[in-house]
Design a protein around this ligand. Structure first.
Ligand SMILES: [Zn+2]
Length: 339
């Protein structure tokens, strides 16, 4: 098979995407290396730096490569970089620390928060030695190694169906946005839909229709849709082997829903393929339905999964999911954005 001319790129959270931020701190050269472990212990006990657990306390002095510098404490935000630094006794008041063996303190910029991606780690450690608890899945995703060739072919197949739905919408004078909802366990397509909005029903965006069709497959669904006149909008009930697992939630996911009640989460564990990035309303609906992953082909100017917002990765919202853009991007870019 020809290699696909597209790449699935993870849409990271703001925290994962931001540039490293620096805060001022005081360090001092260790003049007597035999005192290092004692000094490290006493200084760390006095200034534990609880918000900077990623900072290593000792580094090799950058100038000569010989000798060590010990990180003492953060500087006050107003510390004057041109003025004289405080004395050792001011920073490390005796008897908590016996500063014997240390040289004069100096200001140094250190990374303010722990790195989340390898790129942030490389930036951070250029300033001060930093520990890094690597999320290997994120690293592999960023390196384009998360999906095998077979998985990419499957993803492309699903997105081709979404593109086809978008074309059929365009042929009917509707907006060319397509969506496919897939159960990744069985590989079965649970719903295929396109944008159905008109002047009477302005909110029938592709994702709203797609979610409602998945709900219909589960014996629910609420939208008024004339499916007889929408041949490209279809749904299938979950496969028998999976019927139990689709509706049953792990206790952690159930989030207060009683066991005897149907959970309201239509898309728990499901993958969504959309030709273009969903708008805020659609992204919120996908979040409410508890999707597992969203793949979209090309960004939308007002998109809420990467462009204008990153709704899938907000620490304050009670569901987070993975988003990848770029699947079949050349074809999707030619279709309509959402909204
Ligand atoms: Zn929308």
């Amino acid at each position: 098979m020809e290699p696909a001319p597209w790449h699935a790129v993870p849409v990271l959270s703001e925290l994962q995407s931001r540039e490293v931020e620096l805060v001022a701190a005081y360090a001092a050269p260790v003049l007597d290396p035999r005192q290092t472990s004692r000094l490290l212990k006493e200084v760390s006990a006095l200034h534990p730096l609880p918000a900077q657990p990623h900072l290593k306390r000792v580094r090799s002095s950058p100038g000569t490569g010989q000798g060590l510098d010990l990180l003492l404490c953060l500087a006050a935000p107003a510390a004057d970089p041109t003025g004289d630094p405080p004395s050792l006794d001011q920073l490390l008041p005796p008897p908590a620390v016996d500063s014997q063996g240390l040289g004069a303190p100096f200001l140094v910029d250190v990374p303010a928060w722990p790195p989340l991606t390898r790129r942030q780690f490389e930036q951070a450690r250029a300033h001060w030695p930093t520990s890094f608890h690597e999320d290997r899945q994120v690293t592999r995703a960023l390196a384009g190694q998360l999906f095998s060739a077979a998985e990419c072919a499957t993803m492309q197949g699903h997105m081709e169906c979404a593109v086809q739905a978008a074309h059929r919408a365009a042929a009917r004078g509707l907006r060319a946005v397509g969506i496919v909802v897939v159960d990744p366990v069985t590989g079965g397509m649970l719903a295929t839909a396109h944008d159905c909005r008109n002047t009477r029903r302005p909110l029938l965006h592709a994702a709203m229709v797609g979610i409602d069709l998945v709900a219909r497959g589960q014996g629910r669904g609420a939208l008024e849709l004339d499916l007889a006149h929408l041949p490209a909008c279809t749904f299938a009930p979950p496969l028998l082997a999976r019927a139990g697992t689709v509706r049953k939630l792990a206790p952690a996911e159930a989030n207060g829903v009683g066991e005897d009640q149907d959970p309201p989460y239509v898309c728990t564990g499901l993958d969504v393929y959309m030709t273009r990035e969903p708008c805020l309303m659609c992204a919120m609906a996908l979040l409410h339905s508890r999707v597992r992953r969203v793949f979209y082909g090309a960004a939308s100017p007002d998109g809420a999964l990467g462009s204008r917002f990153r709704l899938h990765a907000m620490p304050d919202l009670n569901h987070r999911f993975q988003v990848f853009r770029g699947v079949l991007e050349p074809q999707c870019r030619a279709l309509d954005p959402d909204p």
